[in-house]
Design a protein around this ligand. Structure first.
Ligand SMILES: CC(C)(COP(=O)(O)OP(=O)(O)OC[C@H]1O[C@@H](n2cnc3c(N)ncnc32)[C@H](O)[C@@H]1OP(=O)(O)O)[C@@H](O)C(=O)NCCC(=O)NCCS
Length: 172
């Protein structure tokens, strides 16, 4: 297998990221067909706290984003992880796991308090995400919002708000 590189996104990656995210979310179990628009909305609003690409050869084969979330109890420094996407032809080869590992390490090193995820709970649980009693996202079904504390402070309690680029995937 060709060597995998993970690095920050560059200007010239933007169209490849769009195509990759669109293609991989098309058939996702926890589909967010607007995932490419979410990434663009976050970039346009300058709130992509983290935007990493996985490169093999000359191809963008994976992508992960993080953006700040607000928590109603006033806790700061928490981030929403995702979208995360891997080229359908290169899935199950460790790329998604490498992107998750790198993103979590960078967020931790940057002083993040914690991270939340919406989407495929089976995937995020593998990396230490879990349901946190008292932390919720609108009307998301129980078990859809997962979280992971990255610091020594106590876990926040309240309602989580993602950036408006995520739209409203659940009805209130
Ligand atoms: C989810 C996704 C990013 C995983 O990428 P990947 O490169 O195939 O993942 P990896 O090969 O690194 O797998 C990492 C681990 O997660 C597991 N895994 C992969 N996809 C999974 C899924 N959908 N559900 C549960 N576990 C999953 C793998 O078995 C592996 O476990 P292991 O470490 O015990 O072997 C990729 O399948 C994808 O782009 N899916 C479409 C978009 C999507 O669903 N995004 C995330 C959820 S919203």
């Amino acid at each position: 297998m060709e060597k995998l590189w993970i690095r920050r996104e560059a200007e010239e990656d933007i169209s490849s990221i769009h195509r990759l995210v669109a293609r991989s979310y098309e058939t996702a179990r926890h589909s967010a067909h607007n995932a490419p628009q979410i990434v663009e909305g976050l970039r346009d609003a300058d709130v992509l706290s983290l935007s990493l690409v996985a490169i093999q050869g000359f191809d963008v084969v994976g992508y992960i984003a993080a953006s700040p979330v607000l928590i109603s109890d006033g806790t700061g420094g928490w981030y929403g992880l995702g979208p995360v996407a891997v080229d359908p032809e290169r899935q199950n080869a460790g790329i998604g796991g490498s992107l998750m590992g790198q993103a979590l390490q960078e967020l931790r090193e940057g002083g993040a308090g914690g991270v939340v995820s919406l989407g495929d709970p089976d995937f995020y649980r593998r990396f230490g995400f879990e349901v946190i009693e008292g932390l919720a996202y609108r009307a998301a079904p129980a078990g859809e919002l997962l979280a992971m504390n990255l610091c020594d402070s106590s876990v926040p309690q309240g309602s989580v708000s993602y950036h408006q680029a995520f739209g409203s995937p659940y009805q209130d």
